[in-house]
Design a protein around this ligand. Sequence first.
Ligand SMILES: C[S@@+](CC[C@H](N)C(=O)[O-])C[C@H]1O[C@@H](n2cnc3c(N)ncnc32)[C@H](O)[C@@H]1O
Length: 414
Amino acid sequence: MQKQQAQHEHAEHAEHEHIEHELEHELGEYKLLEIPFINCLAENDREAIRQFNARIPKKNMQLLIKKQKIQVLLKEIDFYHIQTVVEEITKKYHSESNILTNIANSIAAVKSYGIKGKKRIYVNYNNERKVQGRSAKVEKRGQYYYAKEENFSQVNQKIQAKYIDKIICGDSENILEKIKDNSVDLILTSPPYNFGLEYKEGENKQEQDDKAWQIYFEKLFAIFDQCIRVLKYGGRIIVNVQPLFSDYIPTHHIVSQHFIKRKLIWKGEILWEKNNYNCKYTAWGSWKSPSSPYLKYTWEFLEIFCKGSLKKEGARENIDISADEFKKWVVGKWAIAPERAMNEFGHPAMFPEELARRVIKLFSYRGDIILDPFNGVGTTSSVARSLQRLYIGIDTSEVYCEKARERISSTLQH
Ligand SMILES: C[S@@+](CC[C@H](N)C(=O)[O-])C[C@H]1O[C@@H](n2cnc3c(N)ncnc32)[C@H](O)[C@@H]1O
């Protein structure tokens, strides 16, 4: 009996040696996982592994039985397909050790891989980076050279308690002046775009949405300068902007230039794809003519800037983004439908809650202070509240501020 077992093991060993040799020499690199087992593998476990190998192409993944361990060679797999195969085989060759389920769990625990279509890629997924010695070259070029001579204080402060979880009615330039330096973690905002929209008026009539561009930008930058001052070192400001194409004003570039001039680091840009294909095809008689074709846009931008450092301090236990959300949202193009409840809220230019939810979870920790200096009816504030952050929302219109307060209290009741 013992002899039989030894012969069996020898044959199996030879078979796997062969496969391994083939894998190493013909198929290139794999990611290797090793799963130890204590007792001998039962025959139905061995059969389950053979069946598994027969169903999954060798070039994608293989299982090798070694002494007291199973080697999992991973290259690229559709994990959900693997789970299905595991379930089917486990049902058929039911074994008490559930060897394939353990293997699937070990694969699920591997967190570093690339994604190609439905497949997880475990090796060489960084290979499209063809640059050798990338970090040294980045260093030589002078990463974010434009922000190098900043002199922001690195001492962050506790914000005054009276501003926490408040919707404040007034001009942001004046309100922000009273808030301490370096005391806000994240600013998410969407300023009035100067499109000529009919906002509810604030305390003075100057906030109308059709100012001369110079006056508009002077005011906007005065508010952004206050935002920069109140941001913590390592804090982020994320501005949702849409250029005014009809006036040929690239607002997103002009706003970005201002932050760069103030020595903030440009972290990146998210393209918010709204898929609203309802804009006109032509303007000024240039239909089907190169004389002056009018470009159509179905998206807006989110420009992301950091004060002093790209890294933000925070406790691990205050991270609330899931692995799937993270993987999806770091791809800088977000398809989110425009807000549909603008009539209900009585505001002409809201952004959707989903946009705020993604920004807040991706760029802040639970317990952080989130400010919106153009708060409208409180999309940023109410989402921040529901995600267990602290909020400050400022808007000139008392009507919008009241709506925002109602919205937050109804969020709290749910
Ligand atoms: C594009 S809307 C923001 C909408 C908001 N994101 C939402 O989802 O409700 C811009 C807002 O800025 C406000 N606003 C304009 N000038 C302001 C100022 N100087 N200080 C504070 N708020 C201002 C307007 O009343 C308007 O509600």
